[in-house]
Design a protein around this ligand. Sequence first.
Ligand code: HEM
Length: 161
Amino acid sequence: MSILLSLFLLQAAPVAAPNAMPGEEIVEPYTVDNRNAGAVPFTGDGMAKAFHGQDGIRRIVDRMVDTNFADPVIGEIFANQDKVRLKRTIFEQFCYILNAGCSYTGRDMATAHKDMGVQKADMNRLVEVLQGAMTAEDVDFQAQNRFLSKLAPMRREVLQK
Ligand code: HEM
């Protein structure tokens, strides 16, 4: 095989994502960039503390993702998606935005939700599920609302156009 052809194949082939956990499915290649997280992180350590650091963020994300998959309203959208990857990438995104010491290595919000058909009601349900997970972790309401305000502008990337 010519060197050029092998280089082409190498580039075109899907590769395991950076930070991938065992059990994750392979995704199409994309450029890793913290800006894919879709929000500028908070400064200082106040928000990280309010969410009880990386351990708290991990508990919130695990609970949120498990609830999403089991949910009667939005569970259908999550069925057959890669839960292992989702837990990792959403953890990274939240941890990055909360300035709790992570980089985000997932896809940007428009790419991740393309052609998924997400409607306003699905978005509202997901926010309710996230609120429930933050409340279960005893995150105070002021910190919850500051975080939700950071996520709010992402709606337009996630909703089906
Ligand atoms: C502001 C709101 C939202 C944020 C911040 C968010 C965040 C994310 C992130 C970080 C990923 C992973 C990207 C990757 O793996 O590269 C993702 C994927 C996904 N999201 Fe969202 N999301 C939001 C809203 C929603 C809503 C409302 C739904 C459906 C009800 C949804 C369903 C999904 C699904 C099914 C995937 C998996 C896509 C795949 O693996 O191909 N998301 N989201």
